[in-house]
Ligand binder design. Structure first.
Ligand SMILES: [Zn+2]
Length: 388
């Protein structure tokens, strides 16, 4: 009798174990078919799939669907802070291509360091939420200062501070002045012949110049949030570039000396701002023309599931913009090359061949990496505080 009971208990235990292993197996299988599912999900509305699976099947599929949806819902958030900038790809490409516009006297150093200049083109965005004062360097909200602001605002930082005060300027973005400040600093770094400073400042300057050429960096409505077009920022500067960037004609010729640095910085934001109307209007027009389910798809990007503009929608937008993104990107490359070159000339054309063998040694490399980890740590601190 007792033996029978023990046997029964053992049998129950066995079934428990079996179902546990079945569950593990299922989970494993589930992970493996994740991509296939994703493909399937990307074609249909979330709700419909969820409804279908939950109504017509048992606990296990329902459970997996639930896990899968949790997984879908949590993952895009991981990358959200990085999405508001020229896509990383564009920033890196702009710095990289600018190197090839330089004269050979500069290339002797810049070409050797092309990896650094490319990789670090995105540093300012990485520290954007972590370093005080960083965020405002990437944009200018033209409408904060009324009509034709970009033609009326003081060219130089000192005058601007006298007129508006630093707080107001910081609040509404400072990119045209930041470019001038970094131009000055890069010239100084060339004068000192300090290879590490040259590299760091050149990489940063390239970033701010590229930002100044993005139409949505010149407005308060930077992500279409004021006109019901949320997401347009990443659409214009990441999605479109990612789909069509490889085919852009990025030949800009040799770098030329810029006599009017401040003027050029303002010219860039004015030009970008002039393109803003089409950026917003075409997206709106196109949205009215297509069915809602044709506008977005879910895509797996480096293991992160994201809701993104569909290929068809992007292609039509790209055609309506008639090479606008390409033009702005090319203008960025040209301007970055011109500014690096101008700094070098203004510093008295130091002989960069002497720096040709410069290597970020292990100690410096470690320091730089630690600094980046520091940005990240502070970023998380900022986030938790703001959540409270
Ligand atoms: Zn930026």
């Amino acid at each position: 009798m007792i033996l029978q009971k023990i046997l029964n208990q053992l049998l129950i235990l066995k079934t428990y174990f079996e179902s546990f292993f079945n569950y593990l197996n299922g989970l494993f299988l589930f992970l493996r078919v994740e991509n296939a599912l994703l493909h399937f999900f990307s074609k249909y509305e979330f709700r419909i799939i969820f409804g279908l699976l939950t109504n017509n099947c048992g606990f296990i599929p329902r459970f997996f669907t639930f896990i899968f949806l949790c997984f879908l819902l949590t993952r895009p958030i991981e990358v959200f802070p990085n999405k508001i900038n020229w896509g990383f790809w564009a920033h890196q490409r702009i710095n990289r291509l600018a190197v090839f516009t330089l004269p050979s006297e500069m290339q002797v150093f810049f070409k050797r360091q092309i990896g650094y200049l490319t990789d670090n083109a995105v540093n300012p965005d990485k520290r954007r939420y972590a370093v005080v004062g960083e965020a405002s360097r990437h944009y200018i909200d033209a409408e904060a200062y009324g009509d034709s602001a970009l033609f009326r605002l003081p060219f130089y930082w000192k005058e601007a501070v006298e007129k508006y005060g630093e707080d107001t300027l910081a609040l509404n973005g400072t990119v045209p002045w930041t470019i001038q400040q970094y131009k000055f600093q890069l010239t100084e770094a060339f004068r000192e012949k300090n290879p590490r400073r040259i590299l760091r400042i050149a990489a940063d300057l390239g970033h701010y110049i590229a930002d100044a050429n993005v139409p949505l960096h010149t407005t308060r409505n930077y992500n279409g949030q004021l006109t019901g077009q949320e997401g347009i920022h990443a659409f214009w500067e990441s999605r479109v570039v990612e789909l069509f960037g490889e085919n852009y004609d990025m030949f800009v010729g040799a770098a030329s000396y810029e006599y009017k640095v401040a003027h050029r910085a303002w010219q860039a934001v004015r030009q970008a701002n002039a393109a803003l109307d089409s950026v917003l209007r075409f997206e709106k027009e196109l949205t009215h023309r297509v069915r809602p389910e044709q506008k977005f798809v879910l895509e797996d990007r480096n293991g992160v599931i994201m809701k993104t503009y569909s290929r068809e929608f992007s292609t039509q937008y790209h055609q309506m913009l008639n090479h606008q993104v390409e033009r702005q990107m090319r203008a960025s490359v040209k301007m970055v090359g011109d500014f690096w070159f101008t700094c070098w000339v203004d510093a008295g054309q130091p002989n960069l061949a002497e720096l040709a063998n410069f290597k970020l040694d292990a100690a410096i490399q470690k320091e730089e990496n630690e600094e980046k980890v520091g940005w990240l740590k502070r970023l998380f601190q900022v986030r938790t505080e703001s959540d409270n």
